[in-house]
Ligand binder design. Structure first.
Ligand SMILES: *Cc1c(COP(=O)(O)O)cnc(C)c1O
Length: 370
């Protein structure tokens, strides 16, 4: 049996008729950028997040950097200010910070949840610290009540990287609704994926939302009048129309992801495979199901021989990437160890029960070398 890591084609095939009808509507409209589909998606996505404002942008990286640029433009951040960020994240979190003329201060995660540890944040705060960027890694909400409490004590902004966490909640409040603003990605493989690139900024702050809306469109809110030195990063009408269809199904998809995760957690019992910690069911949207093994490469090879396609998120920490060679001279032994040990098992809304059982059997038949 062959178990793909994530079958994006199958995910979209479930809604092929609706997606094709929506695409046809956009084609026939003759209006492809900054139109009614985007406006409708923004209000539907904001409502789904439980927030008053959503601004569609080109991708998740731009969503993060536009929040930071908007904060600078509003005088809330300045060149050289420090942003605390988990060391074990996708490089986009770091790139958004450095692209915006800010300085990432990487901290070690809580090794059981992979998320920011509020005590490590507190220890990293210095005179130039102005913001915290929690990343809800693998889909699990970071400890937002504790993190926002630290931020309030020290007068820091909180910018959530919610690119992996569509559908995670804490007492019914969704990822993205805890910080000053949050960034979502709609890359096709995310929990809510477009059929191309896309992203959104969500916030309860009207001033910030308006500034992001201007900055994504050449710094303009009114044609040919440019208030700020903006960029071009808009969520186009076609992707907005695709996302309006798929938003209706994201909660059901997360429910399926949770059922698969429950099955893995209950059934994978292996001395060489460490299972992810779950603070509570609702807090995890299971974008990725990440196990740990000191023999990660051998486990991945064994699973592949059994037809199970597992992936590594991520093989190297951002501060160790060639892109930042020498520029971020921090030592993060725990982060580096995690990057050597993590392995993501297949999970997704179209993964069937038989495939799930096959993944479990394949894990259980791993014979580590001693
Ligand atoms: C995917 C992702 C991003 C960036 O999103 P893109 O749409 O690919 O630009 C940012 N942060 C995290 C944690 C991600 O997983």
């Amino acid at each position: 049996m062959d178990v793909p890591f994530l079958d994006v084609r199958a995910i979209n095939a479930r809604h092929a008729d609706e997606l094709k009808a929506a695409a046809g509507r956009v084609i026939d409209s003759g209006w492809y950028v900054l139109g009614q589909e985007l406006a409708a998606f923004e209000s539907e996505f904001a409502r789904w997040c439980g927030l008053p404002h959503a601004v569609g942008v080109g991708n998740g990286l731009d969503a993060l950097s536009l929040i930071l640029r908007a904060c600078k433009s509003l005088g809330r951040l300045a060149d050289g200010d420090e942003v605390i960020v988990p060391g074990n994240t996708f490089i986009a979190s770091f790139l958004a910070i450095t692209q915006s003329g800010l300085v990432p201060v990487a901290v070690e995660p809580d090794p059981s949840t992979f998320n920011l540890d509020p005590a490590a944040i507190e220890a990293a705060i210095g005179p130039r610290t102005r913001a915290i960027m929690p990343v809800h890694l693998y889909g699990q909400l970071a400890d937002m009540p504790a993190i926002t409490a630290v931020a309030h004590r020290h007068g820091l902004l909180v910018i959530e990287d919610a690119a992996q966490a569509h559908g995670a909640t804490w007492s019914g409040r969704r990822a993205g609704a805890f910080g000053d603003a949050a960034a979502f990605s709609f890359f096709p493989a995310k929990n809510l994926g477009a059929l191309g690139d896309g992203g959104a900024v969500v916030t309860a702050d009207a001033e910030l939302a308006t500034r992001v809306a201007a900055l994504r469109n050449y710094g303009s809110l009114e044609k040919y009048r440019h208030l700020y030195q903006g960029v071009n990063s808009r969520l186009d009408e076609m992707q907005a129309a695709m996302l309006r269809v798929k938003l209706k199904y994201v909660d059901a998809d997360v429910t399926r992801r949770r059922a698969i995760a429950r099955r893995y957690l209950a059934s994978i019992r292996h001395p060489a495979i460490g299972l992810p910690a779950l603070a509570s069911e609702e807090r995890h949207a299971w974008h990725l199901f990440v196990v740990r093994s000191a023999q990660r490469d051998a486990l991945q090879a064994h699973l592949l021989a059994e037809g199970v396609h597992a992936q590594v998120h991520y093989p190297e920490a951002p501060h160790r990437q060639p892109a930042y060679a020498g520029a971020l001279p921090v030592s993060l032994p725990l982060t580096e160890c995690l990057h050597d040990e993590v392995l993501s098992l297949p999970i997704g809304p179209t993964l069937g029960d038989e495939a799930v059982e096959h993944v479990i059997r394949a894990c259980m038949s791993f014979r580590p070398s001693t």
